[in-house]
Structure formats: structure tokens, C-alpha cells
Write a protein that binds this ligand. Sequence first.
Ligand code: NAI
Ligand code: COI
Ligand code: MG
Length: 362
Amino acid sequence: MPGDGVGREVVKGATAVLEAVGQRFGHEFEFEYANIGGAAIDESNNPLPNETLKLCKQSDAVFLGAVGGPKWDSLPSHMRPERGLLAIRKELGLFANLRPVIGFHSLLHSSPLKPEIAENVNLMIVRELTGGLYFGKPSERRGENQESVVDTLQYTRKEIERIVEKAFELALIRNKKLTSVDKANVLESSRMWREIVNEKASLYPQVEVEHMYVDAAAMKLISRPKDFDVVVTENLFGDILSDEASMITGSLGMLPSASLTEDGFGLYEPVHGSAPDIAGFNKANPMAMILSAALMLKYSFNLREEAESIEQAVQEVLNAGYRTSDLQSVGSTVVGTEQMINIIVQHVEEGSAISSIMGAYM
Ligand SMILES: NC(=O)C1=CN([C@@H]2O[C@H](COP(=O)(O)OP(=O)(O)OC[C@H]3O[C@@H](n4cnc5c(N)ncnc54)[C@H](O)[C@@H]3O)[C@@H](O)[C@H]2O)C=CC1
Ligand SMILES: CC(C)CC(=O)C(=O)O
Ligand SMILES: [Mg+2]
């Protein structure tokens, strides 16, 4: 689902890279396309048409570019493109959103953080994706003049338990540290969240657990990012913290994500949105989407070597100095989206020696 804005440009990159992976490793990927978000509203007045949902359910994995844009901003909130995105996450049961944040060595000088702070960062934000503030009911305007408003942050014990378990499982195969981010000094939902993390902690004695308030986490994420391994948090907190964390890598255009169900079905999308300010100008960084394709190969198809060939190609292209304009630094060669896609495809086709980040996005 290319969606809207730069989503349409970067999805082309991911499919081109997968074709190249297929050629090199002897696989054939079959692609089906469907509309979601603004494109679907334009076509059928529905941000998530039934045919789109049906096609996703029939697929082995799903790719999504991004949705939204100023063209649809004045629609009532239940009709907006973003509703299509929330609905597909809910309908498919994609409760676990994994957002790896990896600092590429050659991008150290593109990050606004000091190189010694951004260097060697490898953390994973595990964001709850189908509950919390984005899904709570009621969410409405009230009163005679509609001048009162309510949104609701709601979770069941089961919803918290499954995301916390997922985060512990990931911590177990990574660096065995789990930071649970909440606002338990104020929110009742966070108090229950913290309670459940403590209960589950006894089942994972190998994992070091810490609790952190979200405001402090926002600060520590960019002052001491190396202190984090796995970060588990509520939907809204995870949304905000992951955009912030993208600055460790230098650009929002560098962060991929995987959204998984309890059965391991996956939807793969970049962390960024439709970027209307640069859409249509061949300026978008396609790496977040392309790295999401690597996550898909790993999680949905268990094709690890193939996935690593993509991560490897991205690293090589960055090492060779190629940058989209969001990442410019002294001495780099600035290229457009299409050129960047072509260069990455070329590197995937050619293959090359083992590199240090291989497997880092597990
Ligand atoms: N998953 C999704 O589909 C998401 C959709 N949105 C929607 O996207 C629209 C725009 O929202 P914004 O707040 O502007 O967030 P955004 O993530 O689209 O853009 C924020 C900033 O990052 C830049 N940026 C984003 N992706 C980039 C890339 N690949 N390469 C280079 N620069 C990139 C943009 O140019 C912009 O300056 C809204 O309608 C919003 O609701 C926002 C976030 C996620
Ligand atoms: C519609 C929003 C929840 C999309 C977003 O910002 C995200 O998932 O990161
Ligand atoms: Mg977001």
C-alpha cells in the first residue's frame, strides 16, 4: 500500500530492492497493490476500503508507505487518511510495533547529537500499537457549543501483558535490558502498566528491568542513548519517542518498523509520515522503507541472509558518501530518491563482504 505523499515514492524503492534480492538469491516475490489513506478516500471515500483489507489478509506480508497530507486535513476526524492506518493496525491485530534505532557510523556527523553520544547506538522501541490513547472511546467534542473535548486512554490487562512479554522476549535475545516507559506518577493506566512489567520481570530473571517516566525518557534518549536496549511503551509515548530517537541516526528517513500480530503476521512501514513538504520532489530518503523490507524478509519469511544483504547495501551506499538531502554533510554526494534507490539496488545485486551491522536489526 503506497498510500500518500512520499509513501508512493519510497514503496517503489522497497519493491525494486526486493526484486534485486529475488534475482540474487533465487526468489520470486509477487506484489499486489491496494489503496489506503488519502488515495483511498479519493477513490472510494473510505480510508480503508474492504478490498484493501481483504487483500492484506490474503497476503504473506504487507508493506505500507505512509498516509495523510494537507489535501485531506479539513475532513472530519473519522474520515481522515490516518483513520485508515489506525483501522488496518486494529483489523489485522498488529499490536507490537518494533522500531529499531541504529546509528550508522558514516552518519555520525549527520546527527545533531555529538558523535561520541550517537556512536554505536543500537536500541529497539517496542510500541503498543492497537490500544491506548489513539483507540480509546469516547473520543469526541461535547457540550452545547462543542467546546469541551475528551480523548480516552484505555488498556486491558491482556493488551499490556502481550506487549510487555514481546519486549521481554526481544530483550532476552538482545542485550538483556528492558526500559519500561510510562507516566505512573500521574496516569492510572501507567500504574497498571508498571505493575504488569514487575510481574513479568520475575519470569525473565536474566533481563535487567528499569522503569522510567516518559518525560525523563525523552531527555535520556538523546543525552545517553547507549544506555538503552529495549524500550517498551504505550502507543502515544512510543510514537513520539521514536521520532525523537530518529535524530540519533540523523534523519526520520532512516527508521524502519515492523508491526506484528500474536501469530507473527507482519506489516512493514517506515516510521515517518507522508512528508507533504517534500512529496513529489524526488527528495525523500527511501532507506527507512528499504530497511523495513529487510525487516519483512527476516520476520515474515525468515530470510536472514537476504535481509542482511539489504542492510549491507544501505551501509555500503552510506559509506560511499551518497546521501539524500535530509542527511547532507560535508563531502557527501547528494542524490534524489530515485538515484538513491538505483544505487542501493546495484549494491544488492553485486553483493559484497560481511559488514559490522549485519544482523543488527534483529
Ligand atoms: N505512518 C504514517 O502514515 C504517518 C503519517 N503521518 C501523516 O503524514 C503527514 C505529514 O506529517 P508530518 O508531521 O509532517 O510528519 P512526517 O513524518 O511526514 O514529516 C516530518 C518531517 O520529516 C521529514 N521527512 C519525513 N520522512 C522523510 C524521508 N523519508 N526523507 C526525508 N525527510 C523526511 C519531512 O520532510 C518533514 O519535514 C500528516 O498527514 C500525518 O498525519 C505522520 C506520521 C506517520
Ligand atoms: C496516524 C499516526 C498514529 C501515525 C504515526 O505517527 C505513527 O504511527 O508513527
Ligand atoms: Mg509517528
